[in-house]
Write a protein that binds this ligand. Structure first.
Ligand code: URA
Length: 256
C-alpha cells in the first residue's frame, strides 16, 4: 500500500514537472509540441492536474551595484557618496534635475563652479546656453531631465578621470532606468564615453549620428561650453536637435 502511494506521488510529481514545463513553453510563445501518439494516449488516461500557477518572475532590474530606488533615493545616495576622491573637494553634489517622466534626457560631463555652488546641473554660462537650445526646441527645462556623468565637480573643471566616471556611472544608470527617457542627448565626447564606457573618436565625427544606450536612442552633439568658444558650431547642434525632435514626431516651433 505504501509502495503504491509512493509510486503515485512519483507519478504526480512527474506530471507536475511536465505540466510546469509545458506551461513555461507556452509562456515562451510555443503554440504546439511534438509528441508521439503513445505518449498522448497515456497522458489522456492520466489524472488531470490543475495547471500550476504561473511562475512569478522577479521584476527585471539592472544591477547598479547597490544603487537605485526612486530619483530621490538616488539623489540621497549621491549626497552621501564617497566612492571617488571628488567627494573631498565638492561643495554640493549635483544629481541632476527636471521632469520625472522626460521624453529627452540631456547628459553633460560634470558640474562646474556654479553647479557645485547651487547643487543644480547646467546653471552656469554653458547651462544658460543649454536652456536656450531647449527652449528653441519648444520645450522647457522642467519638461526634460538634465544630468551629468559625474555628480561632483572635478577640480579646476578638468575632465573627469576614467575611475571617477566608472564610480559614478551606477547613479546615472539607475536614473535612466527610473526616468525611462525616449531619447538621450549626450553633450560632448565625455558624455558618450562615460555612459557607453567606450573609447570614441572625437565629437566632431560622432555628432549627428544616432547611437544607442540600452535600446534608447542617443544623439551625440557638441557640449554647450564648446559652443561658447565656437559659436558657428551652434548650426550643427541645431541640426542634431531637429533630428531629435523628428524622432519624437515633433518639429521646432516657428521663430517669431
Ligand atoms: N558642464 C557640464 O558638463 N555639466 C554641467 O552641469 C555644467 C557644465
Amino acid at each position: 500500500m505504501q509502495k503504491r502511494e509512493s509510486v503515485n506521488q512519483q507519478f504526480l510529481g512527474l506530471l507536475d514537472s511536465v505540466a510546469a514545463h509545458l506551461h513555461s513553453l507556452k509562456e515562451e510563445g510555443a503554440s504546439s509540441i511534438v509528441a508521439d501518439p503513445e505518449t498522448v494516449r497515456r497522458l489522456g488516461s492520466a489524472p488531470i492536474m490543475p495547471a500550476p500557477p504561473p511562475r512569478k518572475e522577479p521584476a527585471r532590474q539592472q544591477d547598479h551595484g547597490g544603487t537605485g530606488g526612486s530619483l530621490k533615493d538616488i539623489a540621497a545616495q549621491v549626497a552621501g557618496c564617497t566612492k571617488c576622491p571628488l567627494h573631498k573637494t565638492r561643495t554640493r553634489t549635483v544629481p541632476g534635475q527636471g521632469s520625472a517622466t522626460p521624453e529627452i534626457m540631456f547628459i553633460g560631463e560634470g558640474p562646474g563652479y556654479d553647479e557645485d555652488q547651487q547643487g543644480l546641473a547646467f546653471v552656469g554660462r554653458a547651462g544658460q546656453l543649454l536652456t536656450k537650445i531647449i527652449e528653441a526646441m519648444g520645450l522647457t527645462r522642467d519638461e526634460v531631465f538634465i544630468g551629468n556623468i559625474v555628480k561632483c565637480r572635478p577640480p579646476e573643471n578638468r575632465k573627469p578621470l576614467p575611475d571617477e566616471m566608472s564610480a559614478c556611472l551606477p547613479y546615472l544608470r539607475a536614473q535612466i532606468e527610473q526616468l525611462k527617457p525616449k531619447l538621450i542627448v549626450a553633450l560632448g565626447a565625455t558624455a558618450v564615453q562615460g555612459l557607453l564606457q567606450i573609447e570614441t573618436v572625437g565629437i566632431t565625427k560622432l555628432r549627428g549620428q544616432w547611437m544607442s544606450y540600452q535600446g534608447i536612442d542617443l544623439m551625440p552633439t557638441f557640449h554647450p561650453a564648446y559652443l561658447l568658444r565656437n559659436p558657428p558650431a551652434k548650426r550643427e547642434v541645431w541640426e542634431d536637435m531637429k533630428a531629435v525632435l523628428a524622432k519624437l514626431g515633433k518639429t521646432p516651433p516657428k521663430r517669431g
